[in-house]
Design a binder for this molecule. Structure first.
Ligand SMILES: [Zn+2]
Length: 180
C-alpha cells in the first residue's frame, strides 16, 4: 500500500516542526529500558516535556502531563491520551507516538472535529457508507473514532516527515511505524 499519512498535513506550524526537529535530535528513545539508565530516562523525559510545553503554547492548549509505562497501558498498549486528567500515557519514549497522542489532546481541548457537512473526502465517505450499511445503529460513533484516529495518524506522521525526512524514512525501513 502506498504511503499517504506523511502527506496529509503539509502545512504544520513552523514552530511545531522546529520543536519536533529538536526533539528528534535529542534522541529520546535512548531513555528506553534496555537502552539507557536513569540519566538517559531523565533526559528523554525532559526533552518530551519541553516539546509538550512548546507545542502546547503554539496551539493554546493546557499542557498535557506525561507518564511513561503506567498501568492504563494494559488497556491501551500503544499509548493513549486521557482527557479526564489531561495526561498522555506512553509505553516508552517515541516521538511519533508522543505526537499522535498530543494530537488527541488537541482534538479534545479544541473540539474542532469533524463535521459531516465539511471536509469528508471520497475515502472517508466510502468508509462511512460501508459502516452505515454494516451497522446503521452504531455507525456514527465508529465513524467519529475512525476519523479522529485518521487525523492523529496523519498529523503525527506528517509532522515527523516535515521535521526530519531521513528519520521518517529510517523508521519506515525498520518497520518502526504502525502506519506511515
Ligand atoms: Zn490514537
Amino acid at each position: 500500500m502506498p504511503s499517504t499519512y506523511k502527506d496529509r498535513f503539509p502545512n504544520i506550524d513552523r514552530r511545531t516542526v522546529e520543536a519536533t526537529r529538536r526533539l528528534i535530535a535529542a534522541r529520546p528513545w535512548r531513555g528506553n529500558p534496555g537502552r539507557g539508565g536513569r540519566a538517559e530516562f531523565e533526559a528523554a523525559y525532559a526533552a518530551c516535556r519541553a516539546w509538550l510545553e512548546e507545542v502546547s503554547t503554539v496551539y493554546g492548549l493546557r499542557v498535557p502531563a506525561l507518564k511513561i509505562g503506567s498501568l492504563i497501558l494494559i488497556k491501551h498498549p500503544y499509548g493513549c491520551y486521557d482527557p479526564t486528567d489531561n495526561t498522555i500515557h506512553l509505553p516508552k519514549f517515541s516521538v511519533t507516538t508522543l505526537a499522535h497522542e498530543f494530537r488527541h489532546a488537541w482534538q479534545f481541548q479544541k473540539k474542532p472535529l469533524i463535521r459531516h457537512d465539511e471536509g469528508i473526502n471520497h475515502r472517508e465517505g466510502l468508509v462511512g457508507l460501508l459502516l452505515y450499511l454494516v451497522d446503521p445503529e452504531h455507525y456514527q460513533p465508529i465513524m467519529m473514532k475512525w476519523l479522529t484516529e485518521e487525523d492523529a495518524r496523519g498529523w503525527s506522521v506528517s509532522l515527523i516527515y516535515l521535521a526530519d525526512p531521513a528519520f521518517y524514512r529510517r523508521a519506515v525501513e525498520r518497520r518502526l511505524l504502525l502506519y506511515w
